[in-house]
Design a protein around this ligand. Structure first.
Ligand SMILES: [Fe+2]
Ligand SMILES: [Fe+2]
Length: 294
């Protein structure tokens, strides 16, 4: 908690965020087949947790884009309109880069098409269509997007604050992909939220009601996906090592992604919450400053 709180304090050198700076970067990451199936610190739990993210991001981020685009007709502010365009551009490239990693997963013979298509159906054919005419049950896709973008922004923050990306134990291409993605999640974290604020005057009640559901569903599918990959790896796992490996994941990557962020997560339940309350744009700026693609 302390590290996050410290980062929130305004310092003279920390510049205020300007959302017009959302920039679509035409990256072109190429991933090499890694002979080590458990590329993250040689740990199957951590690696498969990351693999599930690779599978969830493409369909999840297409859902985010569709949800925001569906409501853009209600937006008259030119600045926000421009942010929407750049948000969609960024998420589109995130989807395609994570999907590119699927070739590596397929090279290891993992089967995840059924899982992915289930998530796709859930988001695009169920959540996107929830609406009961004449009631306040509407805009659910947009509110869900604002909830899940809070997660991507906090994971992005954690990537820079806590997640261990030591090049000795974590592949450099994976670090580059996730840090680039983290930067852009930090950059555009206000967009879906600001659209929701314009579109729905009942947004507070809806986001407070939906966030616990979105959280439960997200972690349910993260767990299911991780177990799915682990089961497919049963011939490559040593049962005697699993408790130790699980302990390392639970106290390592999982805590690094979540540890400091519990308070920030709950700030979403405040009426006057805004994603920019956590001023961490300097983290993205610092990482991108030397990048050719920035
Ligand atoms: Fe993204
Ligand atoms: Fe995002």
């Amino acid at each position: 908690m302390a590290a996050t709180t410290k980062k929130k304090e305004a310092t003279p050198e920390k510049k205020a965020y300007d959302p017009s700076e959302i920039k679509v970067r035409r990256v072109n990451f190429q991933f090499k087949t890694n002979n080590n199936r458990f590329y993250y610190k040689n740990n199957p739990f951590s690696t498969h947790f990351i693999n599930v993210l690779h599978v969830l991001f493409p369909t999840g981020e297409r859902f985010f884009v569709n949800s925001v685009l569906k409501h853009q007709k209600s937006i008259s502010d030119d600045k926000l309109k421009k942010q929407i365009r750049n948000f969609c551009g960024q998420e589109g490239i995130h989807s395609s880069m994570h999907e590119r990693f699927w070739n590596i997963l397929k090279a290891h013979d993992y089967k995840f098409e059924g899982y992915e298509s289930h998530i796709d159906t859930l988001l695009h054919k169920l959540v996107a269509k929830i609406e009961v005419e004449g009631t306040k049950i509407n805009n659910i896709d947009l509110v869900a997007t604002a909830c899940l973008e809070h997660f991507t922004a906090l994971f992005g923050h954690a990537m820079f604050m806590r997640v261990d990306t030591d090049p000795k134990t974590v592949p450099a291409d994976m670090v580059e992909l996730f840090k680039w993605h983290a930067c852009e999640e930090i950059e555009h974290k206000n967009v879906a939220f600001d659209v929701m604020k314009v579109v729905d005057k009942d947004e507070f009640a809806k986001r407070v009601a939906l966030m616990p559901i979105a959280t439960a569903v997200l972690y349910f599918y993260l767990a299911v996906g991780t177990l799915m990959f682990l089961y497919q790896d049963r011939k490559h796992l040593k049962v005697s090592q699993l408790p130790k490996q699980f302990y390392e994941f639970a106290t390592g990557l999982f805590v690094e992604l979540h540890g400091d962020l519990v308070k920030e997560y709950f700030s979403f339940f405040k009426k006057d919450f805004h994603p920019s309350d956590l001023n961490d744009y300097h983290l993205a700026e610092e990482f991108l400053k030397d990048k050719a693609y920035a």
